[in-house]
Design a protein around this ligand. Structure first.
Ligand code: FRU
Length: 446
């Protein structure tokens, strides 16, 4: 049955059929969250890139409504972003209705092109590129409004002096005419960090709107935090990384988010080209981004959007407990397929605290303050001696948030449907579980 196939993520968007990779044009417009996505409508492998299109009222339940952008004389439709032109700077609005303006790469001309809609359903394109090829296979335009200079700002991946991977900043008064401004250098070869799919946005530090920083990220999730004067981005800290899941790439954030949040969706690389599936790959759970000051500096955190809570259908609460090495499994009575686990623990004398999630061990090494899942190990620092984690389990893997969101680890593992058990255990000593709740979740595909 469509949307309930064996390897169809039940907490995540994936296309009815064909391949998807990057999320594109994430924007809230006319009462809907739009999710465009790199889409091959003709096969389960990468190719023939179109912009597929789905909409949602709540970031959870998606309705796929067909292709929005088809390949044209500029080439296949590669990734990019979208904005709402509320002040009609582009003149593309109609009868007082602001336009949604989309930017994409025509991947034969390697030019940045513009499309728009005034109803979120019918899409029009300018017949010329707004940013002609600069120097290479330039791609992935993302646009954001800069209030102090009253200008639009575009970031796009290029290569600059000495073949460095670089992000070109451009500015525009009207979304149509763009002028080159600053360049941010991101290193060469394997040392690079600014490669493909740049993102650029401003966030308050610890919620303090008097202290805001700009964040520049690229496809693999490494990022820089700094200041931006409307032309030039000055990084204060670079090559930061808080997500080591091998399986998360090319994330993008929503423009015009109605609650003022910075909400991100990324391509969750899944292992789904098998078992007769008609589609392949998935988008992640939407997460909310924030900046927080740590001992090391200012860092991004990710937490699942609160909308996710609406999927809870059954609660298994557990009271505060001491978890001794070798003790009986406190979660023995739980029986779930789709699950959310929320826990806070103090490791005490334990050497390891392990959650076994439907056969997948999530292992916290106390001395090293590291989390290991499926062979991937990431730093997960204790906060005031505590570790807090959120784990989502779907058919196609786990999304794990640790250290109050300093670590986000999506890991793709196709989980055996029959295994509906959870376990928590300690080794080497006794851990204190301060609180622990397991929720059974319902599918987003109703
Ligand atoms: C990243 C990426 C982008 C490009 C798109 C093509 O995954 O390579 O740079 O626009 O995918 O599908």
């Amino acid at each position: 049955e469509l949307y309930h196939e064996k390897l169809r993520g039940q907490l995540h968007f994936s296309p009815k059929r064909g391949w998807t990779n990057d999320p594109n044009g994430l924007v809230y417009y006319n009462g809907e969250y739009h999710l465009f996505f790199q889409h091959n409508p003709y096969g389960r492998g990468w190719g023939n890139m179109h912009w597929g299109h789905a909409v949602s009222k709540d970031l959870l339940h998606w309705k796929e409504i067909g292709e929005a952008l088809y390949p044209d004389k500029f080439g296949p439709m590669f990734s990019g972003g979208a904005v709402v032109d509320a002040n009609n700077t582009s003149g593309l609005g109609e009868n007082g209705k602001p336009a949604m303006v989309m930017f994409y790469t025509g991947a034969k001309a390697w030019a940045q092109c513009l499309a728009w809609t005034t109803d979120g359903r019918a899409f029009h394109k300018l017949d010329h590129a707004v940013v002609p090829r600069i120097n290479k296979d330039n791609r992935d335009p993302k646009v954001v409004w800069h209030e102090p200079s009253k200008k639009w700002v575009m970031v796009v991946w290029v290569e600059r002096d000495n073949a460095q991977n670089s992000i070109q900043i451009l500015t525009s008064p009207d979304l149509k005419n763009w002028k080159e401004a600053g360049v941010v250098y991101g290193g060469k070869g394997d040392d690079r960090y600014l490669f493909e799919c740049p993102e650029f946005y401003e966030l308050p530090v610890d919620g303090n709107t008097k202290e805001k920083k700009w964040v520049l990220t690229a496809a693999n999730g490494e990022y820089a935090v700094g200041t931006f004067d409307g032309e030039k981005f000055t990084p204060e800290e670079e090559k930061l990384f808080n997500q080591r899941g091998r399986d998360y790439y090319a994330s993008q954030t929503y423009s015009n988010e109605p609650k003022g949040r910075r909400v991100e969706i990324g391509w969750w690389r899944t292992n789904t080209d098998k078992d007769g599936m008609t589609f392949n790959q998935s988008q992640s759970i939407p997460t909310e981004l924030k900046l927080t000051r740590t001992k090391e500096g200012i860092r991004l955190t990710r937490t699942p959007v609160e909308e996710m809570n609406a999927l809870r259908v059954k609660t298994y609460p557990f009271s505060k407990m001491k978890l001794k090495a070798g003790a009986a499994n406190p979660l023995a009575k739980v029986n779930v397929e789709l699950a959310e686990i929320r826990v806070e623990f103090e490791p005490g004398s334990a050497k390891e605290v392990t959650f076994n999630v439907r056969g997948v061990p999530v292992v916290y090494n106390v001395a090293k303050q590291e989390l290991t899942i499926d062979g991937v190990t990431s730093p997960a620092p204790l906060q005031n001696g505590k570790q807090s984690m959120i784990i989502y389990a779907d058919r196609i893997g786990l999304e794990v948030y640790a250290s109050n969101g300093l670590l986000f680890m999506p890991v793709n593992i196709n989980i055996t449907a029959e295994n509906r058990t959870l376990a928590v255990s300690a080794t080497g000593g006794t851990a204190n579980i301060n609180n622990l709740t397991v929720y059974e979740l319902k599918s987003i595909w109703e």
